[in-house]
Design a protein around this ligand. Structure first.
Ligand SMILES: [Fe+2]
Ligand SMILES: [Fe+2]
Length: 179
């Protein structure tokens, strides 16, 4: 690899692999989701991901190249982290929190990837390609925002549950003291 263009093609191949890895993981995350909002977000993003794969294939076409895949080790690592979480036999609601945290990592990884790709496309004077990649970047940013909001909502539920437990414990203490 001698030229920035070759590096760009390598990065595109890597990102195509990442999209496929995340797409394969999506149905499992959807099955594990308990909240309707999370299920919907996953379903919508799964469809979006298929579009992003088509868009990457279009990018290769515009560049006059064949779409190639180079295993994305980062995405593969994120997938393995999901497996590692399973090995801890988490309760379903705990698994859901873990999955949302994992999704936030994946989306931010994709944001970093596409930010770099858009930048490279512009540097190489590939305006049409830059525009295509920017569309995906916008989708990833929107999804990351959605995931962060979901994570905060789940956090609020955790806080409320702890408060409720504390309230119950206090009541029990009071009842015991009154005896
Ligand atoms: Fe994606
Ligand atoms: Fe994504």
């Amino acid at each position: 690899m001698d030229t920035p263009r070759e590096l760009f093609l390598h990065e595109l191949s890597d990102t195509l692999s990442a999209e496929h890895i995340f797409l394969k993981l999506a149905p499992e995350l959807r099955r594990e989701a308990q909240h309707a909002e999370l299920k919907t977000a996953l379903q919508e993003h799964e469809a979006e991901t298929k579009g992003q794969i088509r868009r990457l294939e279009e990018v290769f076409k515009v560049l006059g190249e064949k779409p190639e895949e180079t295993t994305c080790h980062a995405a593969e690592g994120l997938r393995q982290e999901h497996e590692a979480l399973h090995e801890e036999s988490p309760a379903p609601d705990v698994l859901e929190i873990g999955n949302v945290l994992g999704m936030a990592k994946s989306e931010h990884y994709e944001i970093a990837s596409y930010t770099g790709l858009v930048q490279m496309a512009r540097d190489l004077g590939e305006r049409e390609v830059a525009d295509l990649l920017k569309q995906t970047l916008d989708e990833e940013q929107a999804m990351a925002k959605r995931v962060v909001t979901l994570s905060k909502d789940l956090g609020k539920e955790v806080k409320a549950e702890i408060k409720e437990q504390e309230r119950e414990a206090k009541q029990q203490e009071k009842a015991a003291a009154a005896k």
